[in-house]
Unconditional design. Structure first.
Lengths: 114, 607
């Protein structure tokens, strides 16, 4: 069961990277990066998951009640916040590129080769 | 000194927030002054921490979450001499960049200062942190500010392309790092570097450890611009404003290498030190490949900033090779090299800004002979190029010498020769460009150099006197780096501390005081004869390379044709590889990671 979650995370990571490599559109490329990033959510949550355990809220709960790991959940939240900034910036750059060159195909932006 | 530890991060970040709030109220001058004052204060506190860290590792547990019974739940900053030194270096370079920008970036909006401040704070946090997830957060913050700075001139296509390539490749790197962190957490349940290292030690490395090692190192090597992860660097450097390049080349790239060393000595040394040979071989191999590719590409450039960018790649390769030797002495050599390189390369980038301001171009061939009007800039350019060579007791020599000795002692007797040739080719290319621009020597056209888009020149109001002063100060500091009495001895003590995992772990998790090292003598030691020979050799090779670059058209036709047939295919392949297309860069990163991971999986994994 746990291996399935790891396999899913690895699959999502690879799919996102593949999409980013072959992408012909900067906005599509940014979304592929978010796909790659969502693999880290799956991985983190799977690491902290425990069978038959509740949410890590301890108010009014008997001491010793099993709960899933709250650390990975906060890592996931931090990850979301940090990465939203990055993706927003990439999208803003894509808009500027479109304004300056009339295209958002990264394969046509070859002014910097060699 | 624990109270001062968060300040190198907190002051720039708070100042950045303040500048955003007062954006429309005050003038650009006030903004710049606040930014400079905040950076100066942050640098001062970094230096304070550095001095204290020479005695023992300085710790700050945020929110008072001290570890109990050897288990750390809180997040810590843990400053040792090398980490605090990197934070101080980031502060000093930002200070230079901001003062230089006082007039250079005047047309731009106030957000320039804000971005430099967040960048500075993030770099300091990255250098000081003792927590692996915290490191990821600083990595991303550093990244976001850097992408925005690279693409700061949003009305030019070049900077936008550079920023897009930079942002996308480094974002993939961040996700690889995060995956590696998650795997380590799955194994150890810890995020504190010392605690992860303690829990991994004593077990042979299994597949999970090798996969997370590969992902973490590959992600950091993207930031460190190591072949085949380096492609973004030239694009970002060629297009970013000169003062920003100082920070990129001088400290950001080096921080990637720094954290590779940090991770090895705190986390992976335990499980891997018995089987370190395959790891060493792979990392030294990557370093050497990076040196050669960087040097070769450097020689082919005519865009001055792009030329310097490829030379940074070559130097990053040397730094990685020095770290990969896995002995404290070479590590100290890398630290010395980082310090000298930061000031010299930073000074050279600032000289590019001066060229752009005074002569309105940045292309070597278009500038041919124009530089005769600006002799001061020319002198600075030549001084920087010679300083990077490792000529005995000048500039980056001390670092070169220690890495050379470490290479010979570590069984890589050929490493110093490769390092000598690579740095000599880079400096030779700079000397060639300098001779063509400032002396008017050499042919007016050269088909082997690659044409790149020009950069828009800054306003004519930018004060040449201020810019020259800042550049000269930087180059002068870089040139004397090898003869500062006691500096080499202090970095050696610091490196020994850096590499002592047991002492670090005991200090971080249990607060055990570290025995004070004997105070290092304040002297300049004489170097080994071998390193002196390599230094002189580098100078001779560089002069030959420069002459070849200027006058290769005058070679006899038979020689030229034969050289063309011999060198043509590799040049064409390298050119085609540096395609400027971000999808290709991502493919290189993926393939490189898979290959490195594959090699390590077969040689390191023990289950």
């Amino acid at each position: 069961m746990n291996m399935l979650a790891f396999a899913v995370a690895a699959w999502i990571f690879c799919v996102g990277v593949y999409g980013a490599i072959v992408s012909r559109n900067l906005i599509h490329l940014a979304l592929c990066l978010t796909v790659t990033q969502s693999s880290t959510y799956v991985l983190l949550l799977a690491i902290g998951y425990k069978h038959h355990a509740g949410a890590p809220i301890f108010k009014g709960v008997k001491l010793g009640t099993p709960a899933v790991d709250p650390v990975v959940q906060s890592l996931t939240l931090t990850d979301i916040v940090v990465s939203v900034t990055v993706i927003a910036l990439v999208l803003a750059l894509a808009l500027d590129v479109h304004e300056e060159s009339g295209t958002i195909d990264p394969d046509e932006l070859t002014g910097m080769s060699g | 000194m624990s109270w001062a530890l968060p300040l190198p991060v907190a002051i720039p970040l708070l100042a950045a927030a303040l500048l955003v709030v007062i954006d429309h109220v005050t003038s650009r001058r006030v903004h710049a002054a606040i930014a400079i004052a905040a950076t100066a204060a942050a640098t001062g506190f970094s230096v304070l921490v550095l001095v204290a860290a020479e005695g023992h590792v300085v710790l700050h547990w945020f929110g008072g979450w001290h570890p109990g019974g050897g288990v750390a739940l809180g997040i810590a900053f843990a400053a040792d001499p090398l980490g605090a030194g990197m934070a101080a270096l980031a502060g000093v370079l930002s200070l230079f960049a901001l003062v230089y920008s006082w007039t250079y970036m005047r047309e731009e909006s106030g957000s320039f200062d804000v971005l430099v401040l967040t960048f500075t704070g993030a770099m300091a946090g990255f250098a000081l942190t003792g927590d692996i997830f915290n490191m990821f957060v600083w990595f991303e913050l550093m990244g976001v500010s850097a992408y925005a700075l690279a693409g700061f001139k949003v009305r030019e296509l070049g900077p936008l392309q550079g920023a897009v390539n930079f942002a996308i490749t480094n974002t993939l790197a961040a996700y690889m790092i995060l995956t590696g962190i998650a795997l380590l957490y799955a194994r150890t349940g810890a995020l504190n570097l010392a605690q992860i290292g303690r829990d991994l030690a004593g077990h042979p490395p299994d597949r999970l450890v090798v996969v997370s090692l590969t992902l973490l190192f590959a992600g950091l090597l993207v930031k460190a611009a190591i072949v085949p992860f380096h492609f973004w660097l030239a694009d970002a450097h060629a297009s970013a404003p000169a003062p920003v390049c100082v920070l990129f080349s001088g400290v950001m790239v080096e921080l990637g290498i720094f954290f590779v060393a940090r991770l090895y000595w705190t986390v992976f040394e335990g499980p891997l030190h018995v089987h370190a040979v395959p790891m060493r071989d792979v990392l030294v191999g990557l370093g050497v490949l990076t040196m050669l590719v960087g040097a070769f590409m450097c020689f082919l450039q005519r865009h001055l900033k792009r030329l310097l960018a490829y030379s940074t790649i070559a130097h990053a390769g040397l730094m990685l090779a020095g770290i990969a030797l896995l002995d404290p002495k070479s590590l100290a050599g890398v630290a010395d090299l980082v310090a000298a390189h930061a000031f010299l390369k930073g000074g050279l980038f600032l000289a590019c800004g001066l060229v752009l301001r005074q002569l309105r171009h940045i292309d070597e061939l278009r500038l041919r002979g124009l530089g005769r009007q600006t002799p001061a800039t020319g002198v600075l350019w030549f001084a920087g190029a010679v300083g990077l060579l490792g000529v005995p007791y000048v500039g980056s020599f001390a670092g070169h010498a220690l890495i050379d000795d470490g290479g010979i002692a570590g069984g890589y007797g050929w490493l110093p020769t490769v390092a000598m040739v690579a740095t000599a080719v880079c400096s030779g290319a700079m000397l060639r460009a300098g001779a063509r621009v400032f002396l008017g020597w050499g042919a007016a056209d050269d088909p082997i150099l690659s044409d790149e888009p020009e950069e828009k020149a800054p306003a004519r109001e930018a004060s040449v006197r201020l810019m020259t002063g800042v550049t000269a100060l930087m180059i002068a500091l870089g040139l004397i780096a090898s003869v500062v009495p006691g500096l080499v001895q202090r970095t050696e003590t610091g490196a020994q501390r850096f590499a002592d995992r047991a002492a670090y772990t005991a200090r971080v998790l249990h607060g055990t005081p570290v025995p004070l090292p004997p105070r290092p003598p304040v002297i300049v030691e004489s170097s080994t004869a071998a390193s002196l020979e390599y230094g002189v050799g580098a100078l001779l090779v560089a002069l030959a390379v420069a002459a070849l670059g200027l006058w290769h058209g005058r070679l006899p036709r038979a020689v030229g044709a034969r050289a063309g047939r011999f060198l043509g295919p590799p040049v064409a392949i390298l050119r085609a590889g540096h395609s400027g297309i971000v999808g290709d860069y991502l493919l290189w990163i993926t393939a490189g990671t898979v290959v490195i991971g594959g090699v390590w999986a077969f040689t390191l994994a023990q289950s």
